[in-house]
Design a protein. Structure first.
Length: 337
């Protein structure tokens, strides 16, 4: 991520993907059916979903607090996290991850790179949990013969990943020394220094995971955060499709979580809607209802993260403009490292 025109040129493919997907999903939907579905959702449903999403962020802030070694108060972690989500909704390339690290670092009295490394670790665990959510719900939402074996297999792989993280955390100093020595022997490779920088930052973020209790706490809190989101998404889905189960919501949410890896406009605009329409279509839900569901939940997400993000920036004594500028400067400095 860097400042200036080249950065925004690199963002153009993502905006193009979002635009194309939005055109397609609206083209396959009936505008009247879409509006009718949206109007049929009782007001208490999106309000409840919004409250649950806020609770999910609170649990995630607790998890991040553990990753930061309890060096930061929960409130500071929560507001920094919320501000990061707001920035993610405005700037591409998930710049909000750097923004939240920028806000949390002085509160935790650690370097920006240490704070960012904990976010990297959190995101790695998120990928494991989201993939588990997707594969684990598969046997109950789609009738495919290999689904149960895949679910059990992935469960074992996820447990193995946690064990690997714990081992790597304990050996991080030796690994850091070995990586540094390797880079020095291969200094002729221009990409070596940047790769070493990322690797050392990631190892730095594993500090809290040297304790099995901390590792279990982080995994549990992140799983609980996603569980609360499943309830929020399931509540809204059942308001539109009474026959739907919460497992359908878990399957859709897991699919969206993996799908947003595709380049898109900030906040996953378009990609979220496209994945939802495709996945729910596989479950027998018509495109108009699926799009109404995606728009409703994406709208709730934008409102909750927007309001909490604005509040967080003010509480932490920043302005949105200064936060964005500093985040871009950090990204440029890292890109040139």
């Amino acid at each position: 991520m860097s400042t200036g025109k080249p950065s925004w040129r690199r963002a153009l493919p993502g905006f193009a993907v979002s635009a194309v997907v939005l055109v397609v999903v609206f083209a396959v939907s009936d505008p009247r059916a879409l509006w009718h579905a949206l109007r049929g959702v009782p007001l208490w449903v999106p309000v409840s979903a919004g409250a649950l999403l806020a609770l999910s962020l609170g649990l995630r802030a607790l998890s991040w607090q553990v990753l930061l070694g309890q060096r930061v108060a929960w409130a500071d972690a929560f507001w920094a996290l919320s501000a990061g989500y707001l920035v993610n909704n405005i700037i591409p390339f998930r710049a909000g991850e750097a923004a939240r690290a920028l806000l949390a670092a002085p509160k935790a009295r650690v370097s920006f790179w240490h704070a960012l490394s904990t976010v990297m670790v959190e995101r790695l665990l998120d990928v494991v949990l989201l993939a588990g959510m997707l594969v684990g719900s598969l046997p109950w939402v789609l009738d495919v013969p290999w689904a149960r074996q895949a679910a059990w297999g992935f469960g074992g792989a996820a447990a193995g990943m946690l064990v690997v993280l714990a081992v790597v955390a304990r050996a991080r100093f030796r690994l850091a020394a070995a990586l540094t020595a390797w880079q020095q022997r291969h200094a002729r490779f221009s990409w070596g220094q940047r790769l070493l920088h990322w690797a050392l930052a990631f190892l730095d973020g594993l500090e809290a995971l040297t304790s099995p209790v901390s590792l279990a706490a982080v995994a549990f809190l992140l799983a609980a955060s996603w569980g609360v989101q499943i309830v929020a998404y399931g509540l809204t889905l059942r308001a539109l499709v009474p026959r739907a189960s919460y497992l359908w919501a878990a399957f859709a949410l897991g699919s969206v979580g993996m799908g947003v890896a595709v380049p898109s406009a900030p906040g996953g605009l378009g990609v979220v809607e496209g994945v939802m329409v495709f996945v729910l279509g596989a479950l027998g839900i018509d495109a108009s209802t699926a799009l109404a569901y995606a728009l409703a939940m994406h709208g709730v997400y934008y409102i909750v993260t927007g309001l909490l993000g604005v509040a967080g920036i003010q509480v932490l004594g920043m302005t949105l403009q200064s936060l964005i500028v500093q985040t871009l400067q950090k990204g440029k400095a890292h890109g040139e490292a």
